[in-house]
Ligand binder design. Structure first.
Ligand SMILES: Cc1cc2nc3c(=O)[nH]c(=O)nc-3n(C[C@H](O)[C@H](O)[C@H](O)COP(=O)(O)OP(=O)(O)OC[C@H]3O[C@@H](n4cnc5c(N)ncnc54)[C@H](O)[C@@H]3O)c2cc1C
Ligand SMILES: Cc1cc2nc3c(=O)[nH]c(=O)nc-3n(C[C@H](O)[C@H](O)[C@H](O)COP(=O)(O)O)c2cc1C
Length: 763
């Protein structure tokens, strides 16, 4: 077959090699517009894993590449005058130019034709001459533009500015990050050695900082001199160099995130950066290019037609590309938002940086560098005021809010049981909450408990509006306090327009089949077409509901609850004041966010007056309506939290959604945690994260990275009331107290957990 590789970068050259290796009879030509040795850029990095794949494909070129590798195991982070080093990361680097020269040599040796200084004007013309065209023409692929209608590329130009420089200063002991605060804002560098005397030095900053420096108007020379001044204390007098002669101006770029809907057209197939890009901060562009080349070469052998080979190639590679792009997106967003984290202690900042792509978990970091992680865990425990001098996971650190001290960071998230009788909790609730309190969580939050009969969601919802409710709750609270060391929080709410609906396991949010009661809300709208239209609340209604919240809070205080949570999320009454989707009021309670927050804050202030001063109050919010700019977006949630913080709310329980039937949530592991992260780190209020958090590793990484103070688990606690004790056993932590009657079960579980980890070690 006559095959053209359009582009002599890693994708084009490695395709030529991989194809020739499998079938030397193929006639393969690589077209490259540049000269053989005239490459822009400096070094590239590979992880050990990538290198295994390359070695399996072609041991000869792998060996040649290996001989030129610079290796390092450490990552060093320079930040606020400290240099924190962690190890076990296993990377290697090579000059891009050396890599390309070695690949050229190997391709030639295998009989490929290499045609340099040969710019291809149109892939279509090439496709007429050759049976197969591998379009590996890089980030700004002309082929991709030529067939844009078919490939349908989505190109997302990211916010930060970066420039790819080199230096002869040595960074040979670690992959080095440097964060420098300048008069114009923060600027940072990603630096790594790639041969004996040169290192890559990528400089990055926000667009605002870049503008203030005036980089846009500088030539490359001046831009390098300016960067040298910024990083002078790390450069030891060495210069920063640019070799981006192909770029005009100062050579600063915005990273384009590229993904195409399809990768092939007739006999043309996209590969490498032309098909999809992964941000340089996860160092995987070259890996993607070379692994895709292997895959395509394999399918050319195994499949009988080009069409089938393309289909298989796309199928196999797209998942891998999307996986990497998702990690790369997390990583690039971390750098885009880095100024949010620049108040963090260097230990936490370092952890946040290392786990930014979410590919490296807490326990994976322990495998890489146990000492470093244990140092970070000890730091976390010290900061949390842990009494014993032990290294423990962050989830087992205490937490203090006002006078309430939690033994650990796990919260049983509020979950309606729909088992109340006329608002009164029953023995079901005693057993249900009693079990969860015995199960080891530091805090058990009871379900949304309603301040009036008409404020209930369903006829099965619990209330706090009658003396028998107070008595029944007191019995539960007393049990929790007498028999466990968990704390218990009362969530108070009013259903608003989502009231008078069926039990959770019937048809959720649908009106009752009979016996509906009238509902009210900020504005006269219905939750859905099927639900009744709510009556718009007037001032008298607002006063009455406020007084009901106050009366319920007084009852909760008498019942002995340790904490109160006001439910301002999920589309219920107070939430429906906050979101513009359901608050259409023209008075001072509608319109601006400040106005929409007025009533929930009135309730908070009134409740705070009667709630014991030594006990905390939380507010649960929906940080995202998931409908785009029409509704609450995470940036609005930051403003909401700021108002809560100013009002004296102790902690914000950051949930999301359930405020509109139009919502289109993007689910995933820990999917709401970014909202908690943003709120906590932009306002400084304590937060609870919730939503699809189910593994101890999730919890530990959220806490250690400072993305929340407490972590709520809902469904995992339905499946296993003893989630915390089981997690501790699995992790080899023996520091969580079990109820004495269960000691035999505890000891067996410890034994069965294998004791892979020793009991707690002293620092
Ligand atoms: C700042 C920065 C740092 C990076 N760091 C790393 C890293 O550490 N590790 C890593 O793996 N990746 C890294 N990358 C990404 C990596 O450089 C690319 O992902 C990789 O080079 C992609 O290979 P490719 O063959 O698809 O494209 P390229 O390497 O861009 O090759 C495309 C080739 O096609 C040629 N070409 C284009 N159009 C034509 C035409 N019309 N006719 C003839 N020839 C043409 C170009 O001259 C070029 O040589 C980084 C990228 C950037 C921007
Ligand atoms: C059965 C059930 C009932 C729930 N009831 C409430 C509730 O009363 N109040 C509340 O704020 N959230 C309630 N939620 C939401 C949970 O507290 C939690 O935010 C959500 O389930 C996501 O967490 P998870 O992924 O750990 O389940 C409920 C969730 C479930 C599954």
């Amino acid at each position: 077959m006559r095959i053209a590789c359009l582009g002599g970068g890693p994708a084009g050259l490695y395709s030529a090699i991989s194809i020739k290796l499998r079938n030397a009879a193929h006639d393969v030509t690589v077209f490259e517009r540049n000269r053989p040795d005239d490459t822009f850029g400096w070094g590239v990095v590979f992880s050990n894993e990538t290198f295994d794949n390359i070695t399996a494909n072609d041991p000869a070129s792998a060996q040649a590449i290996r001989e030129h590798f610079a290796y390092w195991d450490d990552i060093a982070v320079n930040y606020r005058g400290e240099r924190i080093v962690s190890t076990g990361h296993g990377f290697c680097g090579i000059a891009r130019k050396t890599l390309l020269l070695l690949l050229q040599e190997r391709a030639r040796e295998l009989g490929a034709n290499l045609r340099f200084q040969n710019e291809i004007a149109s892939a279509e013309a090439l496709a007429k001459e050759y049976e197969l065209v591998i379009a590996a023409d890089g980030l700004n692929s002309k082929t991709r533009s030529e067939f844009a209608q078919i490939f349908k590329p989505a190109i997302d130009l990211r916010k930060n500015k970066f420039v790819w420089l080199g230096t002869q200063q040595k960074f040979d002991d670690a992959f080095t990050f440097i964060f420098e605060e300048t008069e114009h804002g923060w600027v940072w560098a990603h630096a790594y050695q790639f041969d004996s005397d040169t290192a890559t030095f990528i400089v990055e900053c926000s667009e605002a900082t870049w503008r203030k420096f005036g980089f846009a108007a500088m030539n490359q020379e001046k831009s390098c001199r300016t960067c040298e001044r910024i990083f002078a204390k790390y450069l030891g007098g060495h210069r920063l160099m640019s070799n981006a002669t192909h770029l005009r101006g100062s050579a600063w770029l915005n990273f384009p995130r590229v993904l195409c809907e399809t990768w092939s057209h007739e006999n043309i197939v996209l590969m490498g950066d032309a098909a999809a890009t992964a941000h340089f901060s996860v160092g995987s562009g070259t890996k993607l290019a070379m692994e895709s080349a292997i895959s395509m070469a394999d399918y050319l052998v195994s499949e009988r037609t080009l069409e089938a080979a393309f289909a298989k190639y796309e199928d196999a590679r797209r998942t891998e590309v999307l996986r990497l792009q998702s990690a790369a997106r997390n990583s690039l967003e971390w750098f885009e938002d880095v100024e949010r984290y620049l108040h963090l202690d260097p230990v936490q900042f370092n952890y946040s940086l290392l786990t930014r792509s979410q590919r490296i978990s807490h326990e994976n970091l322990r495998l890489r560098d146990r000492n470093w992680l244990e140092g970070a865990e000890a730091w976390f425990q010290r900061l949390a005021g842990a009494e014993d001098n032990k290294v423990r996971r962050p989830m087992f650190a205490p937490f203090q809010l006002r006078d309430m001290r939690l033994k650990n960071r796990i919260v049983v998230s509020p979950m309606a049981q729909y088992k109340a009788v006329d608002g009164c909790p029953t023995d079901w609730h005693l057993v249900h909450y009693g079990e969860r309190a015995k199960g080891g969580a530091g805090l058990v939050c009871i379900e949304m408990t309603c301040v009036s009969p008409e404020g209930r969601i369903t006829p099965g919802c619990t209330g706090m509006y009658a003396p028998e409710h107070e008595r029944a709750w007191k019995r539960i609270v007393d049990f929790v306090h007498a028999e466990t060391d968990a704390k218990i929080c009362c969530q108070l709410g009013h259903s608003g327009a989502k009231g008078s609906t069926q039990l959770g396991w019937e048809e959720m949010d649908a009106p009752l089949k009979s016996g509906n009661w009238p509902v009210m809300a900020p504005s006269p709208i219905a939750w859905s077409e099927r639900n009744q239209r709510a009556r718009a609340m007037d001032r008298a209604d607002m006063d009455r509901v406020r007084d009901q919240f106050v009366a319920s809070a007084e009852m909760a205080a008498r019942a002995g609850f340790d904490m109160l949570e006001i439910h301002c999320a999920h589309g219920y009454l107070l939430s429906s004041f906050i979101t513009p989707l359901t608050n259409l009021r023209a008075d001072e309670y509608g319109g601006s966010l400040e106005n929409r927050m007025r009533y929930p804050l009135e309730i908070f202030h009134a409740v705070r007056e009667v709630w014991p001063a030594e006990k905390p109050i939380s507010v649960r919010i929906s940080a995202n309506d998931w409908v785009g700019a029409e509704g609450i977006e995470p940036r609005d949630a930051v403003e909401i939290s700021r108002l809560l913080q100013e009002a004296g709310v102790d902690i914000c329980d950051v949930s999301a959604g359930q405020t509109s039937i139009q919502a289109r949530p993007v689910y995933g592991r820990m999917f709401q945690t970014p909202f908690s992260d943003r709120i906590r780190n932009e306002t400084g209020i304590a937060t609870m994260a919730v939503g699809n958090i189910y593994d101890p590793d999730h919890v530990n990484s959220i806490l250690m990275a400072g993305r929340a103070d407490l972590v709520c688990l809902a469904r995992p606690h339905l499946a296993n009331p003893y989630w915390t004790l089981h997690a501790a056993a699995k992790l080899g932590d023996r520091g969580e107290a079990w109820p004495p009657p269960y000691y035999a079960g505890r000891d067996q579980l410890y034994r069965l957990s294998g004791g892979g980890e020793p009991a707690l070690s002293a620092v």
